[in-house]
Design a protein around this ligand. Structure first.
Ligand SMILES: Cc1cc2nc3c(=O)[nH]c(=O)nc-3n(C[C@H](O)[C@H](O)[C@H](O)COP(=O)(O)OP(=O)(O)OC[C@H]3O[C@@H](n4cnc5c(N)ncnc54)[C@H](O)[C@@H]3O)c2cc1C
Ligand code: SF4
Length: 471
């Protein structure tokens, strides 16, 4: 049995940064990771089928079916994310303070944001790498009188704009944690134990025991003085519940927020080749929709059919002309909530109920994206709705279309940012220590207690660095 000062479960945004920070203080640190190192030569389909958990099919069920993809690899979901970076909004930190009595301030997190700028080489997307689909959306916004789109901050180094960020960056330019953090951790003597799942955890007075198995089925056992659980929002609550860790394990898995998101595609009369350049390059805030954040997106041609809510000839037309297609997305700072459980013989079960407020905001956000592309000269747009007219080529028709019969179950939606299932103030304290435990901490998206309204990796990483400094 191997003994460590610190064991960490998971090597994604939270786990890798906690490991990096803790290395300054502790001699022996091991990260246990279910997934493997990724190969840069993988195709988008390979990435979807091998690195996305359950081939990307994990979904929140409720009044809508909403895909909630996460990554299982060294680097976790950062390997398949878009690289976009936002600091935690000051207003959200204030909400935490007021409604959950969480004692964290923006000023306290600010040095960690600065550190992350350096570690992840965070920079704005340069004009020459903004994909044509993003630029077209900006043109549409300008025609509608909006001048406030902005280039996004991204974790990238020498990005050549190959348009594949969510399907493993082929150039290792995106600064996922397997590229930016874990090589440093390994160089300083840290250990990354790949292809190994932790299944059982036992906290004793002076140590924590971990049990798990490798991909090949070999059983492993380890011991540490302190454990950091960073398996992600869908996995950490399952581990804590199953092993009845701490005093609040019954509360884990609740209060799931996901940033439900929609995308709209537009077809132009001329080639755009939107797959060139950074797919998530521009952001936009609409003054009338404060809960919505608009961001660029583009799915590589190999996977185009899965993002088009069409069939037959209509689908054929969009696929044949994919070189003339642009797309943009919107996410909601959700007030809807869900929960995560695991059942014997069934496995992971995610429930999420999209409430009317979030649903209507998203519906109107999708309409607005369609109008923006039509204003920019698109021949037609397709909205992410099923069972109702979803293709439009006329601006006024879309503007005035009556979408009131549409229900949440007809949305073609995703939730890329699961958060909150071991929230601070509910399951862990504001130092991320599991209530009722002496030796177990949680440092991943699950501790973020409410919907952020912005992409979460920097919040998760900053909280993990703060934990490492305080431990
Ligand atoms: C397509 C997509 C695009 C995104 N784009 C952005 C973006 O542009 N910007 C942004 O800020 N965020 C983005 N995100 C979200 C962001 O990447 C995640 O919120 C973040 O990585 C979550 O960090 P985490 O530490 O909670 O978990 P993860 O990064 O998911 O890491 C958890 C790791 O733990 C491992 N694990 C789980 N259970 C066990 C176990 N029992 N034993 C061993 N290992 C285990 C998993 O295999 C996984 O590797 C995106 C997400 C997706 C899916
Ligand atoms: S645009 Fe291409 S090179 Fe740049 S980070 Fe994304 S996948 Fe990597």
């Amino acid at each position: 049995m191997k003994k460590f000062d610190i064991c960490i479960i998971g090597s994604g945004a939270g786990g890798a940064l906690a490991a990096y920070g803790l290395q300054k203080k502790f001699d022996s640190i091991a990260i246990f990771e279910k997934g493997d190192w990724v190969k840069r030569s993988q195709t988008p389909l390979y990435a979807l089928s091998h690195i996305y958990r359950d081939q990307g099919f994990v979904s929140g069920m409720g009044n809508a079916l909403i895909g909630i993809p996460t990554g299982e690899a060294i680097g976790g979901t950062t390997v398949i994310n878009s690289g976009t970076c936002f600091e935690t909004p000051k207003a959200v930190i204030q909400e935490w303070k007021e409604s959950l009595d969480i004692n964290i301030s923006y000023e306290e997190l600010s040095p960690y944001f600065s550190k992350l700028r350096e570690l992840l080489s965070i920079q704005k997307v340069s004009e020459d790498r903004i994909s044509s689909g993003n630029k077209l959306f900006r043109e549409g916004l300008q025609k509608l009188g909006f001048q406030n789109s902005f280039p996004l901050d991204r974790a990238e180094k020498e990005c050549v704009g190959s348009g594949r960020c969510p399907f493993v960056c082929p150039e290792a330019a995106k600064q996922s944690t397997d590229v930016s953090i874990l090589p440093k951790f390994l160089a300083q003597g840290g250990e990354v134990i790949s292809n190994t799942s932790i299944t059982h955890i036992l906290e004793e007075k002076d140590k924590v025991l971990l049990y798990g198995k490798t991909k090949e089925g070999k059983k492993i056992k380890s011991e540490c003085r302190t454990l950091v659980i960073a398996g992600g929002t869908l996995s950490s609550p399952i581990l804590i519940r199953k092993n009845r860790l701490g005093s609040h394990w019954r509360k884990t898995g609740n209060e799931l927020s996901i940033h439900p998101a929609l995308k709209v595609l537009a077809q132009l009369s001329y080639p755009l080749e939107s797959w060139n350049g950074v797919p998530q390059a521009l952001g936009f805030k609409h003054p009338n929709f404060p809960a919505l954040s608009f961001e660029g997106v583009f799915t590589p041609p190999q996977l185009a059919s899965i993002v088009l809510p069409l069939d037959g000839k209509n689908l054929d037309d969009w696929l044949q002309n994919y070189n003339r297609v642009a797309s943009f997305g919107v996410l909601a700072k959700d007030t809807s909530r869900g929960k995560v459980r695991s059942y014997p013989g069934f496995g992971l079960w995610v429930w999420y109920f999209l409430n009317q407020k979030d649903f209507l905001a998203l519906r109107e956000g999708a309409r607005f994206m369609g109008l923006t592309y039509l204003a920019a000269g698109a021949q037609k747009v397709v909205l992410p709705f099923n069972g109702i007219q979803n293709e439009f080529s006329n601006f006024d028709e879309l503007k005035n279309f009556n979408f009131s019969p549409l229900k949440p179950s007809q949305l073609y939606a995703m939730g890329f940012h699961p958060l909150g299932t071991c929230g601070m103030g509910r399951v862990v304290d504001d130092h991320l220590k599991l209530y009722g435990s002496q030796r177990i901490f949680v440092a991943d998206g699950s501790v973020v207690p409410s919907s952020l309204g912005v992409n979460p990796q920097i919040t998760i990483m900053a909280l993990a660095l703060r934990l490492a400094e305080q431990l």
